[in-house]
Structures are given as C-alpha cells and as structure tokens.
Design a protein around this ligand. Structure first.
Ligand SMILES: Cc1ncc(COP(=O)(O)O)c(C=O)c1O
Length: 374
C-alpha cells in the first residue's frame, strides 16, 4: 500500500484504549454487584499499583491531578516554600503546586526532555521544600542525582509519573523514589477513564493519604483532619484492572513500536528521534521527535492529518507561559532555553499498542511527505 491509497485506511489515532472482553466482563460484574463507589475493585487495583511501582503501598484516587494534590498535602508543602519542577509539562503539575500555596521554580531540561539535575541544583535555596520531576512521555528522569540532591538538602520528592507506568531507572520503578503520582486518564498507557494513585513505601504517609482522600475519616464519622473526596470508583478500577494485569505486555508492545518507528525515521534528516539514556527503561507514552528549526510544525501536522495520521504537540509552550500563570506572584519565570527550544520543535507521533507495522510505516511515510512538501 502506498500513501496514495490510504484514503480508505482507518485513521491512525494518537492514542487508543485497550478495552477488551475482560474489561467489559469486569465492569459488568461491578454494575451487577450494585457496589459502584470505592470498594473491593479499588482494593484490587491498588494491589496492582503496588506491583507496578514496586512499593509497599498505593492509594487510589480520582485522577492524576488530585494524586499530585494529595502528595503535596500529605508532605505539608505550602505557603512560604518553593517547589522545583520542569517547565516542559502539562498544566496539572503547576496547578497542583500553586494550589498547595507554594511558589514554583523551573529547572531546565536535557535533550531527552527530562529535568536536568544540574539546573535543579542551581535553583535550590533556603525556601526549597520539594522537587517534582516529571517523567515526561514515559521516560523516567535521571533519578540518581535528583535523589542525592534531595537527600543533601532535606527535600521531598514527588514524582509526576502520570505518563510513566512501570518505567525504570537502573531497574527501579518510577513511583518508588519519592511519592509517585500516576494518572489513569483515557489516553494514558493504562486507563480507568479517569483515575489516579499515589505510591509510597512509607506506611504513615499511606495511612494519612487514605484518611485525607475520604473526608478525613479514620473510621466512619471519626474525622481526624479536614479531608477531601478524592476517591476512585469501583467502576473505574474495573476498567483498569485487566489492563494492569497485562502491563508488561502493553509496555513491551509500545517499546517494540518505538524501535520500529526509530528505524523507519532514521533516513529522514529533518527529524531527531527520541533518546533513551543508558539505564533507563522508557514506556513510550508518547513518541516525540524534534523537527529541524524553522520547519512549520503546524503545516506538518495538518498534512499528516490529511493523510489520516494524527500527530500531537505536547506541549506547545512553557507551562507557565499562559495568562493564568505569567504574572502570578508565586510563579518564577526562570530561564530554560532547552525547554523553550523543545516546545517549538516537538511533535508526537502515534505509538500505541494497537498499531501494526504497516500503520507505523504509514506514520513515517506521512511525516516524510509532509516535510518534503514545499
Ligand atoms: C504530566 C502530567 N501530570 C499530571 C497529569 C494529570 O492527570 P489527570 O489527567 O489524570 O488528572 C497528566 C495527565 O494528563 C500529565 O500528563
């Protein structure tokens, strides 16, 4: 098949949930049980989350955003303190930090898109309370130097692992370094529609998170703190469980697709394919290339779209460079030239496990054609 006959081929989406008969059966069993809110399915889901992160505890919550809120709250991060994160991330990261009452500072990233520990070190001061590394696109950050900075300066670490289920650094899972915050949103590697969890080895923090998530109740009508309703439903957990049981297979399929795409794109000079530093296991939530400077990215994406191939821009600007944050008194507009460059040149291509080799060839051919067009 060549590009000329793709008009009848199905559209290649940037993401596609893997919902089979097992999901249908488990969701139906929850509906028939009459127990829809947090219950036994959430407990099963949490056990799978501990296996995913290699931690002693996982506390399921309603989404990845409140996982970040919960992690910052249980660590008592708040006004007068600073949190250092990446400027190359989704708004949820900065929103959670600002909601905590803390100020936010931005360290630059490396050319693998993850936060640069040297840049983090340069920002640490007397008010710094926490680092929020973002395992962007499924590639874990360089956690060894980050954890050593945290230990030296007595900082908390909250991993934004929303995009990085079962990624690894030197054999250790994301979500096991600091408090791990995962998302199970509809486009994520594993989805429950909406969902999240916080992972930790710390029993006391896990217990406080459980209380906090459930209106501050220790036992029924015994309120230990001002709490929230951050609970996940059994319906959502039932959507995720069969996928979680196939997590290794799903991650492997993404990795295999990434290897195929990298070899297909090798001959396109205007494209820099993604890097995977030694010791890190990428789980390919997104496959993101950098286009040559000066390439009209919107035109490339539009051309691919007309071939029936979706491409996405994650993210088109620094996270703070929006009306909501630009002049916010707790947002420091730190200079991050590498991140700025990446926001102008990044383009994410379909990589999900539902794609065939032929689909990946179509992605590569479509990108090549878009770049060649005048
Ligand atoms: C990097 C990052 N952080 C946090 C979140 C928030 O997760 P959720 O959409 O489940 O609230 C997302 C998800 O979109 C994300 O990509």
């Amino acid at each position: 098949m060549t590009l000329s006959d793709t008009s009848t081929a199905p559209r290649i989406r940037i993401s596609a949930p893997l919902l089979g008969r097992e999901v249908e059966a488990l969701v139906l069993s929850v509906l028939r049980s009459g127990h829809l809110a947090q219950g036994p399915m959430v407990e099963r889901f949490e056990a799978l989350c501990t296996a995913m992160a290699g931690t002693a505890h996982a506390v399921a919550v309603a989404n990845g955003t409140v996982a970040l809120d919960a992690a910052l709250a249980v660590l008592e991060i708040g006004p007068g303190q600073e949190v250092i994160t990446s400027p190359f991330t989704f708004a949820a990261t900065i929103n959670a930090i600002l909601r905590s009452g803390a100020s936010v500072r931005f360290a630059d990233i490396r050319d693998d898109f993850t936060i640069d520990p040297t840049s983090v070190a340069a920002l640490i001061g007397p008010s710094t309370a926490a680092i929020v590394p973002v395992h962007l696109y499924g590639l874990p950050c360089d956690m060894r130097p980050l954890m050593s900075l945290a230990a030296t300066h007595g900082l908390s670490v909250v991993e934004d692992a929303a995009q990085a289920h079962a990624a690894e650094v030197d054999g250790r899972r994301t979500g096991s370094f600091g408090l791990g915050c995962f998302s199970f949103y509809a486009t994520k590697n594993i989805t429950s529609g909406e969902g999240g969890c916080v992972t930790t080895d710390d029993s006391m923090l896990a217990e406080r998170l459980r209380v906090m998530r459930n209106q501050g109740m220790r036992t029924r009508y015994d309120y230990a703190m001002i709490g929230q309703n951050w609970r996940m439903t059994d319906v959502a957990a039932a959507i995720a469980i069969p996928q979680m049981e196939r997590l290794d297979e799903i991650s492997r399929a993404r990795r295999d697709n990434a290897a195929v795409l990298t070899s297909l794109l090798a001959s396109i000079p205007a494209v820099t394919t993604p890097l995977v530093p030694a010791g890190r296991r990428h789980v390919w939530h997104q496959y993101t290339v950098l286009l040559e400077p000066g390439v009209d990215r919107d035109r490339v994406a539009a051309s691919m779209s007309s071939d029936g191939v979706d491409a996405g821009v994650y993210y088109p600007g620094l996270v703070w460079d929006h009306d909501a944050y630009r002049n916010h008194p707790r947002v420091h507009r730190d200079d991050t030239p590498v991140a700025l460059e990446c926001t102008s040149r990044c383009l994410s291509l379909p990589i999900h496990p539902g794609l065939t080799t032929r689909d990946l060839e179509r992605v590569a051919e479509s990108l090549d054609r878009a770049l060649l067009a005048p």
